[in-house]
Every structure is written in structure tokens, then in C-alpha cells.
Design a protein around this ligand. Structure first.
Ligand SMILES: Nc1ncnc2c1ncn2[C@@H]1O[C@H](COP(=O)(O)OP(=O)(O)OP(=O)(O)O)[C@@H](O)[C@H]1O
Ligand SMILES: [Mg+2]
Length: 383
């Protein structure tokens, strides 16, 4: 079981989330890309595989965007502090890379308490969740990632723990069976999921706060890119940060990833600083288009246009044709394509929308006269 204790304001320690250079390590003047101090920071931050950790905001004030969520949490934190009680349980849902894990860590830092991190698939056996709950201390934040994958046994143990801070255990079997209740310290559960619809309603109802994380707008993403560039001691022009922001699918994790790819490119090609042109050249090499769509998105969109005449097509059929996992399509590819209006979900399946045809430079056969006739039943399907 991957459990990572962390103390407030610090990067968590432990095998799965090792500590990296803190955000303060890279902050400083904007040096041009190829200079050696920057290369040293790259070595400390990245070569140890700590890049994501190093760029995570640690306090609510550093957490960019998600204004509604921050307002709600600000009030809840103040109230919890006044009452000297733990924060209510919080469920965060939304597409990958939008900052759910980061927010759990931020909350622990704000509460000056530990954040214990685990993932539902690691809580397979009852003893995993029992051990975890019994190891909690007063006020701890317990973060369970992918909470929709919690086994039902673990869920049932979690209900009284969430509601009454109590563990109900059945000991023995048959006529000798006894039940035992163990009091738990008051803790805050933060659950995260990319699939809110897959959470059972009894579990969902036990969270005092349920919040969806939205895709970030270009202004917020530019601020995230500029913050990360500063931590990595990179010289990025506002036009360069904007260009990355417009290609990162509304997602901070992708923004940071693209920033690192651009940094490699600028370093090798010896560009003194990163502007719009450098970003465009660097990301074109990775076949990322100006909207941030990559070859997987293009393949999905073209398959829908060319093999399914724009749909509607069911998820499983589409997944089978693409040789992809339906879950990957649903949680990774689709949300952004829906957000930018390239896809539509209908009761009969996914449909390609007109902006997708424009972007791909394809003609929407559904709008051609031949298709009109076919739709009117004048021509057989497959014409
Ligand atoms: N609001 C934010 N401001 C600045 N950086 C952010 C923000 N949210 C996320 N990030 C950056 O994006 C990275 C990914 O965030 P995080 O791991 O919290 O996403 P997640 O929602 O938990 O994703 P997943 O669903 O895949 O677990 C973080 O390492 C952090 O650097
Ligand atoms: Mg996460």
C-alpha cells in the first residue's frame, strides 16, 4: 500500500512521491535558456524524476485558478480553524492533471497536518484499509485517489469511519462471531476521481463537500507556465507562455510537460529565450497542433469522420477500431474534445461536430447533398 506521510508546506517523503527541490529552489531571476545555472537546476529537479513534485504549489495562495473551489475551501478552512475541528470530507472530481492531488496536499499544508496518500486499488484487502485508518492521527488528511475503484468491502468500512470516526469490525465467523468497535481520531478524507459517475451514491453522500475541477482558462494557464518557468529558471517571453497555454488542453500537468519539451528544444538549438516561434517549432516536432491536439486526438477525429461519417458511434465500437482502451478515450481524450466543441455526446453515441471538420480540413459528408438524400431515405446507406 502506497502511503505517503507529509508535513505541512513540505514536499512529501516516501518511495512513490519522493521529495524534490522545493519551489523555492528555482525561484530567481529569469536567466536565458542555455546558461549553466539553469542546467544545474534541471539536473536537480528533473534527473531525479521529481519534476512534477517540484512544480506543485504548496499553499492555497500559490494554487492558480479554480476560483470557486478555492473560495469554498477558504471559508471551510477558516471555519475549521475557528472551531478547532478537522475539515469536512471533500470529494474532488474532474479530468486528469487538473490539480486534485495537489489540492489535497495544499489542504494538509494549510491545516498544518499530515497528508497520507493512497490509491483505491492499493486497498484491495480489508486489512489494507483497516491498517490505514488505524494509523491515522488527529486532524490528518487522508487522500484516496481513484476512489471510484474502492472495493465494496473497503467502502463499507469507510462509511462509519467517515460519519462517526469509528471502525466496525467483525471478528470470527458463525456462532463465535463478535463485533468490535474502535474509535478513530477525527480526520479529513479527500477523495479524488476522474469518473464521478462510477462512485456509489452512499459513498458520495458522505462527503460534506463535492467539487468538480474545471479546465483552466488561457490566462490561468499562462500564469501556471510563467510560475513553472520561474521555478525552472527559464527565460520565457509572455508570447511563449501564451503559446504553451493555448496548446496544453486546459491542463496544468500538460502545460508543465510542454514547457519541459520546449526547454529541451531551446537548450539544444541555443535560443536565448523562449517566444511564440520557439514554442511553435518545438511542439510541431512533437506533432502537437496549435490547439494542443496530438496524433491520438487526430486519429480519433479522423476515424470518426472517415469510417463513421461523423457518427454517432458508440464508445466500445470506437475503442475497438482505434485499438484503444474505452476508459482512456473517455477520461483522457474525450473531455477536452467535448470542451472545445469538437465532439458531442448523444444518446446514440459520439458525434463529430462541425468545428472538428474545419480544424482537420475535412468535409462533413452529412452536410453534402448526397448525404441529405441518403438521410431522406432516397439512397441506401453505404452509398
Ligand atoms: N492550480 C494549479 N496551479 C499550478 N500548478 C498546478 C495546479 N494544479 C495542478 N498543477 C500542476 O499540475 C500537476 C498535476 O496536478 P495533480 O497531480 O494534482 O493532478 P490530478 O488532478 O491529481 O491528476 P490525476 O487525476 O491524473 O491524478 C502538478 O504537479 C502541478 O505541478
Ligand atoms: Mg492525482
Amino acid at each position: 500500500m502506497a502511503i505517503v506521510p507529509s508535513r505541512s508546506g513540505k514536499t512529501p517523503q516516501g518511495p512513490s512521491r519522493p521529495s524534490g527541490a522545493g519551489p523555492s529552489s528555482g525561484a530567481g531571476a529569469n536567466h536565458p535558456v542555455p546558461q549553466s545555472p539553469q542546467r544545474q537546476v534541471e539536473a536537480t529537479v528533473e534527473e531525479k524524476g521529481h519534476a512534477d513534485e517540484a512544480l506543485r504549489p504548496h499553499r492555497l495562495g500559490d494554487y492558480i485558478g479554480q476560483t470557486d473551489l478555492k473560495q469554498v475551501l477558504h471559508i471551510a478552512l477558516e471555519a475549521a480553524r475557528c472551531r478547532q475541528e478537522p475539515l469536512d470530507h471533500l470529494l474532488l472530481y474532474g479530468p486528469p492533471g487538473l490539480g486534485k492531488t495537489t489540492m489535497a496536499m495544499v489542504l494538509a499544508a494549510e491545516l498544518t497536518t499530515r497528508c497520507r496518500i493512497t490509491s483505491a486499488p492499493a486497498l484491495e484487502r480489508p486489512r489494507d484499509i483497516i491498517g490505514l485508518l488505524m494509523s491515522l492521527e488527529q486532524g490528518d488528511v487522508l487522500f484516496i485517489d481513484e476512489i471510484h475503484r474502492l472495493p465494496s468491502m473497503a467502502e463499507e468500512l469507510l462509511y462509519p469511519a467517515m460519519e462517526d470516526f469509528r471502525l466496525d469490525l467483525a471478528i470470527g465467523k458463525g456462532t463465535t462471531a463478535r463485533s468490535r468497535t474502535i474509535d478513530l481520531p477525527r480526520f479529513t478524507l479527500v477523495g479524488a476521481t476522474t469518473k464521478a459517475g462510477s462512485i456509489s451514491s452512499p459513498l458520495r453522500d458522505r462527503f460534506g463537500m463535492v467539487h468538480r475541477l474545471d479546465f483552466y482558462n488561457p490566462r490561468e494557464l499562462q500564469a501556471i507556465v510563467e510560475r513553472s518557468a520561474k521555478l525552472l529558471q527559464m527565460g520565457v517571453q509572455p508570447s511563449g507562455a501564451q503559446a504553451i497555454a493555448s496548446r496544453c488542453r486546459g491542463t496544468p500537468r500538460i502545460a508543465n510537460r510542454l514547457l519541459r519539451r520546449v526547454r529541451d528544444y531551446a537548450l539544444v538549438k541555443v535560443f536565448p529565450s523562449i517566444d511564440e516561434q520557439v514554442v511553435a517549432q518545438a511542439l510541431a516536432m512533437h506533432r502537437i497542433d496549435p490547439l494542443g491536439l496530438d496524433p491520438s486526438d487526430h486519429r480519433l477525429l479522423r476515424t470518426m469522420a472517415q469510417q463513421f461519417e461523423g457518427g454517432p458511434v458508440g464508445l466500445t465500437t470506437l475503442a475497438a477500431v482505434l485499438g484503444e482502451d474505452p476508459d482512456t478515450i473517455e477520461t483522457v481524450l474525450e473531455p477536452y474534445l467535448l470542451q472545445i466543441g469538437f465532439l458531442q455526446r448523444t444518446p446514440r453515441g459520439r458525434r463529430l461536430a462541425p468545428p472538428a471538420y474545419d480544424h482537420l480540413g475535412l468535409i462533413d459528408l452529412r452536410l453534402s447533398p448526397a448525404m441529405d438524400q441518403r438521410l431522406d431515405g432516397q439512397l441506401p446507406i453505404g452509398f
